[in-house]
Design a protein around this ligand. Structure first.
Ligand SMILES: [Zn+2]
Ligand SMILES: [Zn+2]
Length: 350
């Protein structure tokens, strides 16, 4: 079968590899659509990052070669032995977490804290291929109203639902979103569904600001052309917001999150910083601000599916391109790195 295989930095090759065979408790699926995520770009440029370096305790994966891709919709081809509840032809999406299901954290449902945590598309072959084999516990049926494209957004939507839960946003709160990439735009929509009074979006790229506005942002700001903290203060009688989501993960984004939140505000860090970020204690202490972190998801797939199924979340205009697997590097990964302002999400059809 055809697959996009990661061998190392700047080295992803589309080639023919052996079709995987499901073991007990596993299911072979045919991939219908798989989104390219920021973490795939990280692996391409600077990896291995989430790809394990030492043999993974659950999968044995160590470095490459590995098939990336963890945001996908698929169709069941062949359930392995001991699999119940999934039959050939079933449309599914995949929770990317690979967990031991035995440790203290797994037993209480905190799957993203599993002591042996891995992820499909990093610690095991993922969705940039014609077929994949995944654990049956990771599969979720797609309702008819969720298309293959929408199914490929359930994983990032689960990330976004978790972020809003971690922020403890309450109905009526005002919110700032720093960064309107795919995650920022989904977090914004989840906040609106969850009853945010108004959501402000800070984003340098115009096309993304325009889409944020269309999807319900109360106001959008270019951080290079204005001071979002001051602007939001003007719009909120000086109160600023209760919650800011940093969906970028770097020093300027954190500084913006700090300045857009008011007293006793909460900053929820969703984007991932590779370098340390300075935190000015004095500005958080005096205003009793909190910083919380949100990492992936623990069990938010059911909620994400429900929000997608009845169209409370709109992803149609977030898809900038649809490409074939053989073009993944030239028409997917490279443009997303080099021409970021032109794209939000690129979806690959194996
Ligand atoms: Zn991702
Ligand atoms: Zn565990």
């Amino acid at each position: 079968m055809k697959a996009a295989v990661w061998y190392g930095q700047n080295n992803i090759r589309v080639e023919d590899i052996t079709e995987p065979v499901p073991g007990p408790g596993q299911v072979k699926i045919k991939i219908n659509a798989c989104g390219i995520c920021g973490s795939d770009l990280h692996e391409f440029r600077q990896g291995p990052f989430i790809i394990p370096v030492k043999p993974h305790p659950l999968t044995g994966q160590a470095g490459g070669p590995v098939v990336l891709g963890h945001e996908f919709s698929a169709e069941v081809v062949q359930p392995g032995s001991n699999v119940t509840g999934f039959n050939p032809g079933d449309r599914v999406t995949v929770n990317a977490l690979i967990t031991c299901n035995e440790c203290h954290y797994c037993k209480k449902g905190a799957y993203n804290m599993c002591v042996k945590l891995g992820s499909t598309g990093f610690a095991a072959d993922g969705g940039f291929a014609e077929y994949a084999v995944v654990n049956d516990y990771a599969l979720f049926h797609l309702p008819d109203s969720v298309s293959d494209d929408m199914g490929s957004f359930i994983e990032p939507l689960a990330v976004s639902v978790r972020a809003v839960k971690r922020s403890r946003m309450k109905i009526g709160d005002s919110v700032a979103i720093i960064g309107a990439g795919p995650i920022g735009l989904l977090v914004m929509q989840v906040c609106l569904v969850a009853g945010a009074s108004q959501v402000f979006v800070v984003e340098p790229i115009k096309a993304r600001r325009d889409l944020a506005k269309k999807l319900g942002a109360a106001a959008v700001f270019n951080p290079f052309k204005s001071n979002p903290g001051k602007k939001i203060a003007e719009l909120t009688n000086g109160l600023r917001t209760e919650i800011a989501f940093d969906c970028v993960g770097n020093q300027p984004a954190f500084n913006t999150a700090l300045s857009t939140t008011g007293r006793r505000g909460t900053i929820c860090i969703v984007g991932l910083s590779m370098t340390p970020v300075e935190v000015p204690f004095i500005r958080l202490w005096g205003h009793e601000k909190e910083i919380v972190f949100s990492c992936g998801y623990e069990n938010e797939f059911t909620a994400a599916l429900a929000l997608m199924a009845d169209k409370r979340i709109d992803i149609q205009e977030m898809i900038s391109e649809r490409i074939q697997l053989e073009d993944i590097v030239e028409k997917g990964i490279e443009p997303l790195i080099g021409d970021a302002e032109k794209y939000i999400k690129i979806v690959v059809y194996p």
